[in-house]
Ligand binder design. Structure first.
Ligand SMILES: Cc1cc2nc3c(=O)[nH]c(=O)nc-3n(C[C@H](O)[C@H](O)[C@H](O)COP(=O)(O)O)c2cc1C
Length: 252
C-alpha cells in the first residue's frame, strides 16, 4: 500500500489499526437495550444469551453452516451463494468451499434445515426471486440491486465500476474475502503479498475508499442488470415481476 499512498499523497492512517473501535459484544448490548425486534448476522454465530425475544437471521454459505445455525434455533437461515456481493459469511471450513452457486446451494439447505430459508446472491429482478422460491426458499435477500436505487449512498465511481467490470472474490482489500468490482487497484492488491488480518487491513485501506477508482466497490455478479429506481419503485416492480414469473411456471 505504501507506493499507492505516496502516489496519492496520503499519510499513514492515524491510530492503532489493531484496536477495534467496537466489538460484537458492544453491538449486541445495543440490540438488547433498544429491544431491537430482528437481528441479521454474518461471519459466524454471536453469543445468543439475552436475545431470546429477537427474531434471529443467520448467514450460511454451506449446508454445514446452515445446520449449525438451525441446531441453535436460529429463526431464519440466509443462504448466501457465490454470486453474492459483499463479504463472504463463511465461518466453517475454507472460503473456497463456501463458494456455492445459488441453484445448488438453496435446495440443499432447504432440505437440511427446519428453519425458513432466504436466498441471497445474484438476484436483481422478479425472475430471480421466483427462481429462489421455486428452489424452496421462503424469501429472497437483494443487496446489489439496492446499491443502484435512488436512496443508495454508493458513489458514481462505485456504480460505474460494478456496471463495467467483472467482479472478483478477494481478501486483498479488507483481509476477509468479499465480492466486488475487479478494478485495476484491486487486481494489483490481489496479485500482491497477502493482506493483514481482517479489520487491520480494512483500517489500512480505509483512506483509499474515497479516492475515485480506488474504493472497494462491493457488489454481486448481477450488478450489470440492476435498475436505477427509488427503493419503493424497485420493491413494487420486483413484486409484480415475481408474480408474473411464478404465473409462467404455474399458470392459474
Ligand atoms: C455493499 C454491500 C454491503 C453488505 N453488507 C452486509 C452486511 O453488513 N451484513 C450482511 O449480513 N451482509 C451484507 N452484505 C451481503 C448481503 O447481505 C447479501 O448476501 C448479498 O448482497 C446478496 O447478493 P447480491 O448482492 O448479489 O444481491 C452486503 C452486500 C453488499 C453488496
Amino acid at each position: 500500500l505504501a507506493q499507492h499512498r505516496e502516489r496519492h499523497g496520503l499519510s499513514e492512517p492515524d491510530g492503532d489499526p489493531s484496536q477495534p473501535t467496537w466489538t460484537v459484544d458492544d453491538q449486541l448490548a445495543v440490540v438488547a437495550e433498544e429491544r431491537v425486534p430482528a437481528l441479521s448476522f454474518t461471519f459466524g454465530i454471536p453469543p445468543l444469551e439475552g436475545l431470546e425475544n429477537v427474531v434471529l437471521m443467520g448467514t450460511a454459505t454451506t449446508v454445514e453452516e446452515a445446520v449449525a445455525l438451525d441446531r441453535l434455533g436460529i429463526d431464519v437461515v440466509v443462504a448466501q451463494s457465490a454470486e453474492a456481493g459483499g463479504h463472504r459469511g463463511t465461518f466453517i471450513g475454507s472460503f473456497d468451499d463456501g463458494l456455492v452457486g445459488l441453484v445448488a446451494l438453496v435446495p440443499q439447505i432447504v432440505d437440511a434445515v427446519s428453519a425458513p430459508v432466504v436466498a441471497a446472491g445474484g438476484i436483481v429482478d422478479g425472475r430471480g426471486i421466483a427462481a429462489a422460491l421455486v428452489l424452496g426458499a421462503e424469501g429472497a435477500q437483494l443487496g446489489t440491486a439496492f446499491l443502484f436505487s435512488a436512496e443508495s449512498g454508493a458513489s458514481p465511481a462505485w456504480k460505474k465500476a460494478l456496471r463495467e467490470l467483472p467482479t472478483i472474490v478477494t481478501d486483498a482489500y479488507t483481509g476477509r474475502p468479499a465480492r466486488g468490482a475487479r478494478t485495476a487497484f484491486v487486481a494489483e492488491l490481489a496479485a500482491g503479498p497477502p493482506p493483514a488480518p481482517y479489520e487491520i487491513q480494512r483500517v489500512l485501506t480505509s483512506d483509499f475508499r474515497n479516492l475515485d477508482g480506488y474504493g472497494w466497490y462491493l457488489g454481486g455478479q448481477a450488478a450489470e442488470r440492476a435498475r436505477e429506481l427509488s427503493a419503493a419503485e424497485l420493491v413494487a416492480t420486483l413484486a409484480a415481476e415475481t408474480a408474473a414469473a411464478l404465473e409462467q411456471v404455474d399458470p392459474p
